[in-house]
Design a protein around this ligand. Sequence first.
Ligand SMILES: NC(=[NH2+])NCCC[C@H](N)C(=O)O
Length: 334
Amino acid sequence: MLVVRPAGPSDLGSLMELAVLSGRGFTSLPEDETTLLDRLTLSEASFTGAIAPREAWYTLMLEDMETGRIEGLCGVRAAVGVSRPHFSFRVMTLAQFSSAIGTRFDHQALVLVNECAGWTEVGSLYLRPERRSGGAGSLLARSRYMLIGVDRPRFSETVMAELRGYFSPDGTCPFWEGVASKFFRLPFDEADHMVMSTDGQFILDLAPRHPIYVELIPDAAHQAIGKVHVEGEAARAMLENEGFRGSGLVDIFDGGPTYSVPRDSITTIQRTVALPCAAGDPGDAPELLVSTASVDGFRAVRAKVRFEDGRAMIGAAAIEALRVAPGEMVRVRQ
Ligand SMILES: NC(=[NH2+])NCCC[C@H](N)C(=O)O
């Protein structure tokens, strides 16, 4: 059985392995032990409540209970833009009109903004390639919303997800080449790595302060604004199923779209009910997502659930994986 559970410092070896596997394009998982260990330490403190809720960054591991192997991970950051501003470009429309030459048209411009300050971010979902079919991806993705639903006030009323921007088949990033690189004067990989491994001061120092007229940038960069990486399409579809939509904000490096949703209208959160569990044979009941009812020690599985006498009857393996005792509250996504 696959279980989603909190990550802590003892996961460093597995996390490093996944960081190597995910490759350089996967920004949120740098191959850097110090950064990863900091993240795991922060994750542990986030789940146990040892730090302020706003500073929390929860990392969830997907573990195969039979082998003990870590198959993937994902994360929820309680609030972005807390320790330093979080920048995006807003795609603005500027209307132009001149009666003297009888003309009326619109310009689009990219404007540097900090609109996501304080929003909760779901992200950094990575799964081993051989696990990408068979429901592990949706278990992992949805467990983030199960976690938020357990204790909503710990999170913001707006939840966002940043989708990877478009890359050409030759491996270059048209938005970076045509726009962002002019301001940062670094290779994409290096800038990308620096976001995670430094305090991000270079973004404050170098990001463009004035609107950039889209008509003046190369066409390939223009076409890439708000466009998703081919490998991001599945993630986009899952986000849309949960109620996320494009926010009109794009990433300042790769032009990828930022999706957002009001926390309380996330599909998984709306469909989840809390009830006591019972141990037993659920028979041929449908498989549903089941989690514990607390952030500390949060665990989630996909298991058959039979609703009986106001209880959720689940099998012994699921009871064990969730580490709950019969009668304890669980949360089930219907
Ligand atoms: N693809 C990226 N790494 N983009 C980083 C963009 C900067 C980020 N939004 C921030 O303000 O920190």
